[in-house]
Design a protein around this ligand. Structure first.
Ligand code: DQA
Length: 149
């Protein structure tokens, strides 16, 4: 059975590559989506990608994922630290969601230390740059026993 993954990017991540490269690196969102596609190519997986700068649209995309996806890899950007609506959406959809941050949010400003979402996610990956998305994909692959120890 092909498993389906939503790779979801939140606000300002459309600017990756030019946005504060000293924090987020020079990899673009398109590069990340392509690397994710390459990463899952050996497996029976389908990846769909989406990005939005709008909280309500991210809620809609998560609701929509309930209809077709088996898991979600999600960088919620700054909404991580503020959004009860996204937390409720993740709780509502009953899918494994992995929260990803490119930067180590715990080593930055104190307002980034708190995630409204991590408690309802399967787990959080932060601080490993864009490769964190691949680690998150591996976590789903392991959960589905498509990847061994
Ligand atoms: C981020 C960290 C957030 O605090 C920030 O608002 C972002 C990006 C990251 O990937 O490191 O937009 O999610």
């Amino acid at each position: 059975m092909t498993k389906r993954i939503l790779l979801l990017h939140g606000p300002n991540l459309n600017l990756l590559g030019t946005r504060q490269p000293e924090v987020y690196g020079d990899t673009t969102l398109a590069d990340i989506n392509e690397a994710a596609e390459r990463h899952i190519a050996p497996y029976s997986l389908e990846l769909r990608t989406a990005q939005s700068n709008h909280e309500g649209e991210l809620v809609d995309l998560l609701h929509d994922a309930r209809e077709w996806a088996d898991g979600v890899v999600f960088n919620p950007g700054a909404y991580t630290h503020t959004s009860i609506a996204l937390r409720d959406a993740i709780s509502a959809i009953d899918l494994p969601v992995i929260e990803v941050h490119i930067s180590n949010v715990h080593g930055r400003e104190s307002f980034r230390h708190k995630s409204m979402l991590a408690g309802v996610c399967l787990g959080q990956i932060a601080g490993f740059g864009w490769r964190g998305y691949l680690l998150a994909l591996d976590a789903l692959l392991r959960r589905w026993e498509l990847l061994g120890d």
